[in-house]
Design a protein around this ligand. Structure first.
Ligand code: ADP
Ligand code: ZN
Ligand code: ZN
Length: 804
């Protein structure tokens, strides 16, 4: 095999196919499918993926490829094929499909180095390699290439003596914190301790600590661990017994915790019933897709755990997807507790380097289970035994940039290759999945009861218009306030949920209703309290809040709507004795803070947990007996055919946080539209009725799951151009489809302008259009020149989840 087929890193129509390159002699054996290479491309050098090797090419006069970027494949055969599939399904470029499967560290801006593994004994390495390293532990990739001993190095990489590491080129600012250590020897320390007066017990205790511990310890940690005041440490520093210095901190949030290990629980009858077919499918190596429909608290996670257990016994691997926001430490704990260090965790809180480390553990088969958000679906396992998607209805499983894939579809594709089951779990399955289960495409597994048959919490719906009519202008209804006070008295805990999606904090004139909009985008500016500024969330435009209304000159212009901060302030006013923990993007932006706040709440350091979406999931604390939803309808009015479904799901999820253990729970939902079926039925926690009702609506309006939809969005700086291109596209696509398909457009997008670019769209609804993919691709190709220059943008989203 002397020729390599390479997909080059030039995302464009003309380059969206393999190019052939000759493999120079000294690289035979090193170049294999799935490794990245540098190749000449026109006048440039570009990166690419080797997809295949061959002996003949249809082209004459091939150029030689320049050098490999990897020594072992970073994409296995299955993933290379999955890339082809992604390209077809989402209409993306092949190069984007391959890139999306890799951790960021492998993408750009990283410096590659070769490092001797910790365990390796240098004498055993060949002379050439010893010479290359010259007593160093790490050499740069460039150096290795220059020395020309790549095939020797490759062998060592394969057998683990040498590792490839990636370092960020630009030095990111590293966090430094104050650390304390003792400059004295143990003997000196012991002497100092003797000389301290008897009453200096605290100082003596600290010295004892340093008699045991030599390494510097973070000051804050020392204080909390020893329970001493900073003055105690200061005293010792002044005496010269301790010293302080600024040191870098870097740690894996999960690494240093020890997870209490857990044993499989004896399953309930319900659980036994649903796990049986899953285990059978693992045993029989048969691909089946299960929808595990179980109310919150029905014990789905235990099903996941015990299914994985069988998979591991079979020597196979498991992928578990959870939505980013519920990838909480609690969730991780349950998997690490059961499977220990066989588990890798992939989530956005990790740095690129940490993510790469986790990915590498998977690739080297050091772990067997990965728990992660959407992109973990591409984990490079080679022997998958199960794929689990928890909260399968979550829209965050759909990627919004190219490749616009849905993790559920990728899961089903990979599982069919590996002949293993997929388990989609949810208390409120997406309409699409439930419909498929009804039709028998998925096998439906139901767990309608909570553990030990606790009742679902009682839900009360409060009409906030009524409250206003009766003179209550506060954001808390009287009922909710009463119940909060009651729980405070009983020392039980409360969760207050504020739905922040939608336009919840805009600036409005109370006299004339004028709302301050972004001058570039047709949406309202969001008010930010921290700097008293208004900001556009699409283009970043910032502005001062005006003193007077630009329309009517009234002074009554101010910010409207409720943010978590405002709720916190009001709580402090009316219930000054209540201790509140606020959880939102502001209070959880620091690494680990999410976990810390939850721990504090669990340990009872606060009465009320107040937060946004991020508290809707996964919380499982025994002392929560009241959940309040402050405004249920903010999401209901978004221009999206799924808004009722999303509202229902969210309210059901939030309600599920109450009374999961012995104590009974109650839920209060405040709303301005109590009669809407998604709110009413969430109150009754009746998914089945909601499903029926919503299916009717979908059928009438021809939406999924009755029809598929694809969305084409066109944007350009000129309105006329935008409209005319959308018009042409609509006409062209329409002419290529059967009579059953519906092609709606051109219409302005729900957000008609972003960053001074007009946006128009064409929405296609269809049942079966085998030629649609091709038509869309032709259309994209036709506009390729104009879109490549950036003037015109056209995006195609097959099965979109965001219609704005
Ligand atoms: P879900 O994932 O469906 O919301 P969980 O898996 O969180 O439900 O289960 C709810 C609670 O019931 C958890 O505290 C869990 O430890 C407990 N649980 C689950 N299965 C069993 C079992 N077979 N026996 C006893 N307790 C169980
Ligand atoms: Zn006004
Ligand atoms: Zn804007």
């Amino acid at each position: 095999m002397t020729i390599a087929s390479v997909i080059v890193d030039v995302p464009a129509k003309q380059t969206d196919r393999p190019f052939d390159y000759l493999i120079p002699n000294h690289l035979t054996g090193i170049i294999t499918p799935g490794i990245r290479v540098v190749v000449p491309f026109g006048p440039r050098k570009v990166q690419g993926f080797v997809t295949a090797l061959k002996t003949e090419s249809d082209f004459e006069k091939l150029k030689e490829l320049i050098e490999p970027m990897d020594l072992t494949p970073i994409l296995n055969q299955e993933l290379l094929q999955l890339g082809e599939w992604l390209t077809k399904e989402t209409l993306c470029y092949k190069i984007s499909a391959y890139q999306v499967m890799l951790p960021a560290a492998l993408k750009a801006k990283y410096e590659k180095k070769l490092k001797l593994s910790d365990e390796v004994s240098v004498e055993k390495l060949s002379d050439e390699i010893q010479a290359a390293f010259e007593n160093r532990l790490i050499i740069s990739w460039e150096e290795a290439v220059k020395l020309g001993c790549l095939s020797l190095l490759q062998k060592e990489v394969v057998n683990g003596s040498i590792e490839i590491i990636y370092e960020v080129k630009e030095r990111v600012k590293k966090k430094k914190l104050k650390h304390v250590f003792s400059p004295l020897t143990k003997d000196q320390l012991a002497m100092e301790k003797e000389q301290l007066p008897v009453q200096a017990a605290k100082q003596k205790a600290v010295i004892d600590f340093f008699l045991q511990e030599e390494a510097p310890i973070e000051l804050r940690k020392l204080l909390s661990e020893m329970g001493v005041a900073s003055s105690t440490i200061k005293g010792l520093v002044q005496k010269g017994i301790l010293s302080q210095k600024e040191m870098e901190v870097y740690r894996d949030p999960y690494e240093e915790r020890r997870f209490t290990s857990t044993e499989p629980l004896p399953l309930t009858e319900d659980q036994q019933k649903v796990i049986t077919p899953i285990l059978a499918s693992i045993e029989e190596k048969r691909n089946r897709n299960f929808l595990l429909y179980g109310v919150t608290g029905s014990g789905k996670t235990e099903i996941y755990l015990q299914s994985i257990q069988l998979v591991l016994q079979k020597g196979k691997e498991a992928i578990v997807l959870v939505p980013e926001i519920s990838l909480t430490p609690q969730m991780v704990k349950r998997f690490k507790g059961r499977f220990g260090d066989q588990v890798a965790v992939l989530h956005s809180g990790l740095s690129a380097g940490e993510k790469y480390d986790e990915w590498r553990k998977i690739q080297r088969k050091e772990v067997k289970v990965v728990v992660g958000a959407r992109s973990a679906i591409f984990a490079p396992f080679e022997n998958l035994g199960i794929i689990i998607i928890d909260e399968e209805h979550e829209t965050s499983y759909k990627q919004e940039d190219s490749p616009r894939y849905h993790a559920r579809d990728v899961a089903i594709e990979r599982a069919s290759t590996h002949h293993c089951p997929v388990v989609l779990g949810s208390a409120t399955p997406s309409l699409e999945s439930f419909a498929r289960a009804q039709k028998g495409v998925y096998s439906l597994l139901s767990m309608p009861n909570r553990m030990n048959n606790q009742a679902l919490p009682g839900v009360e719906i409060i009409d906030m218009r009524e409250e206003l009519r009766e003179g209550n202008r506060s954001m808390f209804s009287r009922v909710l306030l009463e119940k909060i006070e009651d729980r405070l008295k009983k020392k039980e805990q409360i969760v207050l949920f504020l739905n922040k999606r939608g336009h919840s904090s805009f600036v409005m004139c109370r006299d004339c209703g004028f709302v301050v909009n972004c001058p570039n985008c047709d949406i309202s500016l969001t008010y930010h309290r921290a700097n008293q500024q208004m900001k556009c969330h699409y283009c970043g435009h910032e502005a001062q809040v005006p003193n007077n209304c630009p329309e009517c000159n009234s002074e009554h212009i101010r910010y409207f709507g409720t943010g978590t901060q405002k709720v916190e302030e009001e709580l402090a006013k009316i219930l000054p004795e209540a201790k509140v923990i606020r959880m939102d993007v502001d209070t959880t932006s620091r690494k680990g803070s999410h976990e810390k706040l939850l721990d504090q709440f669990q340990e009872g350091h606060a009465d009320i947990l107040l937060g946004t979406q991020m508290i809707a999931k996964g919380l499982d604390f025994p002392n929560i007996t009241l959940v309040g939803v402050l405004s249920a309808d903010t999401m209901l009015h978004l221009p999206d055919f799924r808004s009722s479904e999303k509202t229902f799901q969210l309210l059901t999820q939030v309600s599920g946080r109450a009374g999961r253990h012995e104590k009974e729970g109650e839920v209060v939902i405040q709303t301005y539209t109590p009669q809407h079926y998604s709110i009413e039925l969430a109150g009754e926690q009746d998914y089945d009725k909601f499903y029926e009702r919503e299916m009717m609506v979908r059928k009438i309006h021809k939406y999924p799951p009755f029809y598929y939809i694809s969305l084409i969005t066109v944007s350009h700086e000129e309105l006329l151009k935008t409209v005319s291109v959308t018009e042409k596209i609509t006409a062209y696509i329409g002419s290529r489809l059967s009579k059953e398909a519906i092609c709606l457009g051109p219409v302005a997008s729900p957000i008609p302008r972003i960053n001074n670019r007009y946006r128009y769209q064409c929405l296609i609804k269809y049942k079966r259009e085998p030629d649609l993919g091709l038509a869309l691709k032709k259309m994209l190709d036709y506009y390729q020149k104009e879109t490549a220059s950036g003037g015109l943008q056209i995006s195609v989203d097959v099965n979109p989840y965001i219609l704005m």
